[in-house]
Design a protein around this ligand. Structure first.
Ligand SMILES: Nc1ncnc2c1ncn2[C@@H]1O[C@H](COP(=O)(O)OP(=O)(O)OP(=O)(O)O)[C@@H](O)[C@H]1O
Length: 250
C-alpha cells in the first residue's frame, strides 16, 4: 500500500495533515498515536477510502482506493470503528457473516466456504462462547471482538481499526492487540490501529506513527524511543516520556 502526498482537512483554514507519504509492506502492524482531535480517525477513514482526502492518493497495488468500486474496496480494506452496530435480534454470527458480503452473490447467501471462513474467524477471535448471542446484549469488549472477527472474515489484505482497545480491560487490551499482531505477521496483512495506549504500542507494534499538528513522525518503537520522539505527544503539557523506562512522568 502506498500513501502519496496525503493531505487531510475539513476546511481551508484547518489542515490536519499535509503531504504525508509512506510505503507500507505486508506484515506491518502499525500503531497510530496522537492527542485527541489531532486527526487519527480522519486519517484512518481516508486510508480506508471511506472519506475523500483533500489531496494526494492512496494506492493498493497499482490502483487508487478512490477509483475502486465499493465491492473491490471492501475486498481490499476492512475498517473497524467503535461505532455500535445495533439491531434487535441480530446475532453474533449474523454480524460476522456480513464480512462475507463482498464475496457473496446478489442473493447474499453464504456457501459452505463462506461459512467455514466465518467459523474460522469466530475461532481466531476467540469468541466461540458468544455464538447465538444477540449483538446488543454484549458488553463493549465482547462487541469489539465480534467486529474484529467480522474484519477477519472479510479477508482483506489491509485492516484499519479505530481505537480497538478503547473499551477493553487490561487483559483484553493486551489479548486483542496480540491477536492483531499475530494476524498481521502470520497472514502478511497490513494492520493499522489507533490507540492512546503508548505501552501497548511500544510493546507490540512493528511501527508507530506519532501524529501531531505538525505531521506524522514514523518509525520502529526502538527508534522512536531512542530519539525521545514520544515527547512530541506531550508538548505543551507538564508530562514527559521517559525513554529509558517507557513511563510517562510528571
Ligand atoms: N465530519 C467532520 N467535519 C468537520 N470537522 C471534523 C469532522 N470530523 C472530525 N472533525 C474535526 O477534525 C479534527 C480531527 O478529528 P478526528 O476525529 O480525526 O481526531 P482523532 O485524532 O481521531 O481524535 P480522538 O483521539 O479524540 O478520537 C477534530 O478537530 C474534529 O473536531
Amino acid at each position: 500500500m502506498i500513501i502519496k502526498n496525503l493531505t487531510l482537512s475539513y476546511s481551508a483554514d484547518k489542515i490536519l495533515l499535509r503531504n504525508f507519504s509512506k510505503e507500507l509492506s505486508a506484515g506491518s502492524f502499525i500503531a497510530l498515536v496522537g492527542r485527541n482531535g489531532v486527526g487519527k480517525s480522519t486519517l484512518l477513514r481516508a486510508l480506508a477510502g471511506v472519506s475523500r482526502c483533500a489531496g494526494g492518493d492512496v494506492l493498493y497495488g497499482e490502483k487508487s482506493l478512490y477509483q475502486m468500486r465499493n465491492s473491490e474496496l471492501s475486498r481490499t480494506i476492512a475498517l473497524v470503528t467503535t461505532e455500535i452496530v445495533q439491531s434487535p435480534n441480530l446475532k453474533v454470527e449474523d454480524v460476522i457473516e456480513m464480512g462475507r458480503a463482498p464475496y457473496t452473490n446478489w442473493s447474499g447467501s453464504l456457501d459452505k466456504e463462506d461459512k467455514d471462513i466465518v467459523n474460522q474467524a469466530i475461532e481466531t477471535a476467540g469468541i466461540s462462547y458468544l455464538r447465538g448471542k444477540e449483538i446488543d446484549r454484549l458488553s463493549d469488549g465482547e462487541r469489539q471482538r465480534v467486529m474484529i472477527a467480522r474484519a477477519i472474515a472479510q479477508q482483506t489484505p489491509v485492516i484499519l481499526l479505530d481505537e480497538p482497545s478503547a473499551f477493553l480491560d487490561l487483559p483484553n487490551r493486551y489479548q486483542i492487540v496480540m491477536l492483531l499482531a499475530e494476524i498481521a505477521q502470520s497472514e502478511g496483512k497490513i494492520i493499522i490501529f489507533s490507540t492512546h495506549d503508548l505501552q501497548v504500542a511500544l510493546r507490540f507494534a512493528s511501527e508507530i506513527w506519532i501524529m501531531t499538528p505538525k505531521g506524522i513522525t514514523a518509525g520502529s518503537p526502538e527508534m522512536l524511543r531512542a530519539t525521545s520522539s514520544f515527547n512530541l505527544i506531550f508538548e505543551d503539557t507538564a508530562l514527559k516520556f521517559n525513554s529509558i523506562t517507557g513511563e510517562v512522568e510528571f
